[in-house]
Design a binder for this molecule. Structure first.
Ligand code: ASP
Length: 600
């Protein structure tokens, strides 16, 4: 070993010890006869002092060293002279007086600072030199946190008698609502593997295989347009259990999530224990989304009953036509604004609502004086009694802004979600607060108007709730699935369900989701067959590890917690992937390119 100690561990008690350290030059200060080098490795920083008089050769080497050079150092630990200790540094009470320094490797000047957080370095530049970006303290901490989280999960599940089993990457379509990545087979000309969108079928088959408690830290692949919280390949904690009901899986997963937060990130606070449970439709009605951020309480409240009695013709007509009128109370906003500012703010919000398909966004403001008039264009349509009813229904106070939405449900949901995101951005929410909640009672299917068929709300293997099983025949749209999603701070951390383990029920799903039995047999015949050989009742869940670690790290997106992520357009700009294939490779795979630019 080139090092006897790390750069993070030496303390006062080690004074006098001869040591060898190795690492990177974090910073070098030349004070003529003395050169100070902050030597950095994964564990910390230690100051090395090189004295021209006592170690002239080492001094000459130190003189030529630059930031990010890799050095090996021999020397002795010394308590720093009076008044020069650095309380910012764990090793700040000591330094190493160097006898010998070897340059193990040189470094060009890095394109951005490694030794301080510049904050606004261009992400493309960081990605192009990701190996340098990873050396930065923030990234080191995030990757370490990821390791600790995964390790904790493994230990926890092992203690709960789960075993980790690997499943293949080269497989067959495992639909989770995205496009498949295909891999051409050389040995079977014209045939393709699909990379797993999740190990869903395989983990179910492991239950048929008698393992009862399985998990895997699994890589999944989904070819879809990327957003901040998506990557073409990502990591799941994938888990499945036999002989369980919905409550059993939810209880275990909630225990695991709580234990992770308490042990890996004790500085974080959980907003509520046990995690609140929200019905899917309530989530949509109140928050406009099935992954609500419940750290703040802006909600859309149905006030159709009151609005139907006001004198505003649009509301009255809408309520008659069976549309809802919903209201969101934004506390204290209006009180702080002048009339002109308020009109401008309301116009901006209305424009946002229009971008989501709404025809407008009515508003009023609540007077600070209880006798005062409602302000805003539709204030005059509420008489005194209705005004009081409205204030009571909304729990409104003087200075509040009330926003009104009335449209088709999908539009109201979208506007509710957009308004909440807008105000959230202004709120400076505490990232140390983790607001986990469960969303349950999803519909089994969601109507796909374009293709005129039902789409599974989760995936095609989700068991309907036992009391809704009969609805598969009579009214599939009303059947609720056994799906449960775990949501945190507005992100879906994971989802799961109790699965169908009965061939007859599974066979009912295919025609509903627009698949012929022939196609179903081709793609999923192995599942149907397996269900005929004593498949146990089973259920499970998967978490997005990247998203979970992002939340634990308080990072702005999942690329910040993945060592080598793809950029927003799915490329690795460090290694230039994807890249062209050589003509011989294509012909071995019996492939011909028809892309217009293929010739180039
Ligand atoms: N396979 C599902 C997914 O990847 C999770 C599950 O149902 O366990 O979202």
């Amino acid at each position: 070993m080139m090092k006897t100690h790390t750069c993070g561990e030496l303390r006062e008690k080690d004074a006098g010890t001869p040591v060898q350290l190795a690492g990177w030059v974090n910073r070098r200060r030349d004070q003529g006869g003395l050169i100070f080098i902050d030597l950095r490795d994964r564990w910390g920083i230690t100051q090395v002092v090189v004295d021209l008089e006592s170690a002239p050769e080492a001094h000459a080497v130190a003189d030529s060293a630059r930031n990010e050079y890799v050095l090996a150092i021999k020397g002795n630990v010394r308590i720093r002279p009076e008044g020069t200790a650095n309380p910012e540094l764990a090793t700040g009470d000591i330094d190493i007086v160097a006898d010998e320094i070897v340059i193990l490797n040189q470094s060009r000047t890095p394109p951005f600072y490694i030794n301080k957080d510049e904050g606004n370095v261009d992400e493309a530049l960081r990605m192009r030199h990701r190996y340098l970006d990873l050396r930065r303290e923030t990234m080191q901490k995030r990757i370490l946190l990821r390791h600790k989280t995964v390790k904790f999960i493994r230990d926890f599940l092992e203690a709960e008698d789960f075993i980790e089993i690997e499943t293949p990457i080269l497989f067959k379509t495992t639909p989770e609502g995205a496009r498949d990545f295909l891999v051409p087979s050389r040995l079977q000309p014209g045939m393709f593997y699909a990379l797993p969108q999740s190990p869903q079928q395989l983990k179910q088959l492991l239950m048929v295989g008698g393992f009862e408690r399985y998990f895997q830290i699994a890589r999944c692949f989904r070819d879809e347009d990327l957003r901040g919280d998506r990557q073409p390949e990502f990591t799941q904690l994938d888990l499945e259990m036999s002989f369980v009901e919905r409550e059993d899986v939810m209880r275990l997963m909630e225990e695991l999530a709580t234990a992770i937060v308490k042990s890996v990130t004790p500085e974080k606070r959980l907003i509520a224990e046990p995690f609140p449970r929200i019905n899917y439709w309530d989530a949509l009605e109140q928050y406009g989304t099935d992954r609500p951020d419940i750290r703040f309480d802006l909600r859309a409240i149905d006030i159709s009953e009151i609005a139907g009695r006001c004198a505003f013709p649009v509301f009255v007509e809408n309520v008659k036509a069976g549309k809802k009128v919903k209201c969101m109370r934004v506390p204290a906003v209006a009180g702080a604004l002048s009339g002109t500012q308020l009109r401008k703010a309301a116009k901006d919000l209305e424009n946002m609502a229009r971008r989501h398909g709404a025809k407008g966004l009515a508003y009023i403001t609540i007077p600070t004086d209880p006798e005062g008039e409602l302000r805003g264009p539709i204030g005059k349509f509420f008489n005194v009694d209705l005004k009081l009813e409205l204030i009571e229904a909304m729990g409104a106070e003087g200075g509040d802004l009330l926003l009104f939405m009335s449209d088709r449900d999908e539009i109201v949901y979208a506007v509710t979600d957009a308004l909440r995101s807008h105000f959230k951005a202004e709120m400076d929410l505490d990232d140390n607060l983790l607001a986990f909640c469960w969303v349950i009672d999803f519909p089994e299917f969601i109507w796909d108007a374009e293709n005129e068929r039902w789409d599974p709300s989760q995936h095609m293997f989700t068991m309907p709730l036992p009391e809704d099983l009969d609805l598969l025949d009579s009214d599939p749209g009303s059947a609720r699935g056994s799906q449960y999603d775990m949501v945190c701070n507005g992100y879906e951390v994971g989802g799961g369900s109790i699965r169908i383990h009965d061939r007859a029920i599974q066979e009912k799903i295919f025609p509903l989701i627009g698949q012929s039995m022939e196609q179903a047999m081709r793609e999923f015949g192995h599942m149907l067959e397996a269900f005929e050989y004593g498949a146990p009742p089973h259920g499970g869940m998967a978490w997005g590890i990247d998203r979970l670690v992002m939340l634990l790290a308080g990072a702005p997106n999942i690329r910040e917690v993945i060592a080598f992520p793809k950029t927003q357009n799915g490329t690795d700009i460090m290694a230039n992937a994807p890249s062209i294939a050589e003509p011989e490779q294509l012909s071995e795979l019996f492939l011909q390119l028809v892309h217009p630019d293929a010739e180039d």
